[in-house]
Design a protein around this ligand. Structure first.
Ligand code: GDR
Length: 325
């Protein structure tokens, strides 16, 4: 039997790298989409995964998607590509709408144009940011959306166009509503990595303090390596569906800082190490997220393995080890 083929957009990001690792272990042929004339991250991902193949296309360029899907004919498509930093989406809302919102629609249309809608399966990276100003606690697959950023609005459009195409054209489209997921591959612009890296620098005597926008928001933080398993499981089911992927635990940014200081063996005194800088605050904030992943547990048999303290510890230890190198 020939190998199954998976196409991943956003392959150079945190989830793209975890998913590439998982699918190569499962003996898939993995093809990653990269964009741009010079993409330094493409070099890094190629060095990390020599068996990964790379192709050029862009979620903002329909004909490039048609060409790539036509030549690859993937069994599974994982759409992880997006403008994914909520803070940036306030500064570049139109770009965010185009890539994060319309990108998935372009992929679906490319599948239909090529007659792949009955043979290829697609995973869409939906987000807990769609819940925004939450209408219920905890959030499930049926909680109404109230996004609080251009990013959240774009993700809500993408999610609903996926549901619409699934219902209209009987396509296998699965949406994972993933709550925050972090780890040693997280980008430095996100709060968890900013904290783990800054705390590691303090522990090594390389800095004394660092600045955050606010300590109050609560997030349901899981480990990215656990969450890409859920993506794969969703595409192995008999029927496509939507699934919340979360730990069911919520913590404040302050608690993340406290756990990081403890993990580094520093005094757990947040005010001594953290200053507040309004430049890192957002025009509208998501105050509380906590997901109920019962459906994923029952239907997919999915469970998170890494819990909050362990996640913080693995991030701080990995940053300390990296900075020492
Ligand atoms: P989020 O992640 O917006 O939840 O989206 P992020 O880590 O950026 O923010 C989490 C919370 O921390 C607060 N915060 C700060 N955030 C950053 N980045 N920098 C700061 O200095 C800072 N200070 C406080 C934020 O305001 C926020 O409340 C992530 C992304 O990965 C999305 O792509 C994904 O869809 C969701 O998680 C689920």
């Amino acid at each position: 039997m020939s190998k199954r083929t998976a196409l991943i957009t956003g392959v150079t990001g945190q989830d793209g790298r975890h998913l590439t690792e998982l699918l190569l272990q499962k003996d898939y042929e993995v093809i990653g989409v990269i964009n741009g004339q010079r993409n330094d991250r493409a070099e890094a991902v190629k060095a990390e995964f020599p068996d990964l193949k790379l192709v050029n296309a862009d979620l903002a360029d329909q004909s490039s998607l048609v060409r790539v899907l036509s030549s690859v004919q993937p069994d599974e498509i994982y759409n992880l590509g997006a403008i994914s930093f909520v803070g940036l989406s306030f500064k570049q809302p139109e770009l965010t709408a185009n890539v994060t919102g319309l990108g998935p629609l372009r992929l679906l249309e490319a599948m239909r144009t090529l007659g792949l809608e009955k043979t290829s399966r697609i995973y869409q990276a939906s987000s807990s940011e769609m819940f925004g100003k939450v209408r219920e606690v905890p959030q499930t697959e049926t909680t109404p959306f109230h996004p609080r950023s251009p990013y959240g609005v774009a993700k809500a459009f993408a999610h609903q166009i996926c549901v619409n195409y699934r219902e209209s054209y009987d396509m296998f489209i699965a949406c994972g509503i993933l709550f925050n997921h972090e780890g040693e591959r997280r980008g430095h612009e996100f709060v968890t990595r900013k904290i783990s890296n800054s705390v590691a620098q303090i522990a090594l005597g390389q800095r004394e303090t660092f600045a955050l926008g606010t300590l109050d928001p609560k997030r349901d933080w899981g480990y990215a390596g656990d969450y890409v398993r859920a993506m794969w499981l969703m595409l192995q089911q008999e029927h496509p569906d939507d699934f919340v992927i979360a730990t069911g635990e919520t913590h404040t940014v302050r608690e993340f800082v406290e756990a990081a200081l403890a993990a580094a063996g520093l005094p757990v005194d947040v005010e001594r190490f953290v200053t507040i800088d309004p430049q890192f605050q957002r025009p509208a904030e998501v105050d509380l997220l906590i997901g109920d992943a019962s459906k994923a547990r029952e239907v997919l048999g999915w469970e998170p393995n890494v819990r909050f303290e362990e996640l913080v510890q693995l991030m701080v230890e990995s940053d300390i080890a990296r900075l020492k190198r």
